[in-house]
Design a protein around this ligand. Structure first.
Ligand code: NCD
Length: 299
């Protein structure tokens, strides 16, 4: 694989191959190292904890040296474009780029301008996509649920502004999930997900009924205008995942969240720390999945 920019560009077989490769890494060390001097640059123009740290750990485990550039500490704050930043790093021999940007335009622009041997990985592009997050979520779901073809997956919260939800819907659909439900306030549940069949629910109770997987999402406050902001407590009351609400899902339903979690807003602490939560397992899977992506590119 040359780049990892969007789930839509993966075939079913490629998706499964990556999930399998990440799964193997759970029990076996990679037994593989990139040539000495290979560098992976992490260019983050938006805040990140899990994605950035797990990419850095993944890269280091494969023998990469890493460079972390955040916009405040690099020339981006002096007006340099992403393309120019990448070209400068390429001039220093860097060929792996993990990139997070507040918009998605670069996905069109950068691949044609980057060095022919460069690898670009999307670590979050505006509200548009976050492919490796969706892939690690699929790895987590597969670990507990085995067969995607019989699942009811409920995604709840601020879906409208979530790049994670968009990529998850594409991945779930490609892997054969028949029932994708979107739950939340009407203004935050998109009318459609492009070609992907989804069901919309404004009543959480209806949407959670018999779900196998429940994915909670944070309110994307940084993408909301002042007049769109909501009160955290009121949101929790109407749309937060509580133990009572979770009882409506299947007994063995699992709860996911890409993080960062706002406790007592999109879900209660009791659910977050409870037996059905696989949220920290997702985080561990982040390292494995990102190792699988980097390894696939470098072999
Ligand atoms: C997500 C993101 O940045 O899109 N976080 C992450 O990468 N784990 C979700 C979020 O910020 O809510």
């Amino acid at each position: 694989m040359q780049h990892c920019l969007d789930i839509a560009s993966f075939s079913y077989d490629e998706l499964v191959e990556l999930l399998d490769a990440a799964y193997v890494l759970k029990t076996q060390p990679p037994g593989y190292s990139v040539p000495v001097g290979e560098t992976c640059a992490l260019i983050f123009a938006e805040p990140s904890t899990r994605t950035r740290c797990s990419f850095e750990i993944a890269a280091k485990r494969l023998g990469f040296s890493t460079l972390v550039l955040d916009s405040a500490a690099s020339s981006a704050c002096k007006g340099e474009s992403l393309v120019d930043t990448v070209k400068n790093l390429e001039a220093m021999g860097v060929r792996y780029f993990v990139i997070r940007q507040p918009n998605e335009q670069w996905l069109q622009e950068l691949p044609s301008q980057a060095h022919a041997d460069s690898h670009l990985i999307n670590a979050g592009s505006g509200m548009h996509s976050h492919p490796t997050q969706a892939l690690l979520d699929m790895l987590t779901i597969r670990q507990y649920k085995k067969d995607f073809a019989s699942l009811k997956v409920a995604i709840m919260g601020d879906i409208q502004h979530s790049r994670v939800a968009r990529s998850q819907c594409v991945a779930l659909h490609k892997l054969g999930v028949p029932e994708i439900r979107l739950l939340g306030p009407a203004e935050w549940v998109p009318e459609s997900m492009g070609e992907i069949p989804v069901q919309r629910f404004e009543q959480l109770e209806e949407g959670l009924q018999d779900a196998d997987v429940v994915i909670c999402l944070r309110i994307q406050r940084e993408r909301l205008r002042q007049d769109q902001q909501v009160d955290a407590q009121a949101f929790h009351q109407a749309y937060g995942l509580t133990p009572e609400r979770l009882k409506l899902a299947k007994k063995d339903a699992i709860v996911l969240h890409p993080g960062p979690v706002n406790r007592e807003v999109e879900l209660s602490s009791e659910v977050m720390d409870g037996p059905q939560s696989v949220i920290l397992e997702q985080v561990s899977h982040g390292v494995l999945l990102r190792m699988a992506v980097l390894r696939n590119m470098s072999e």
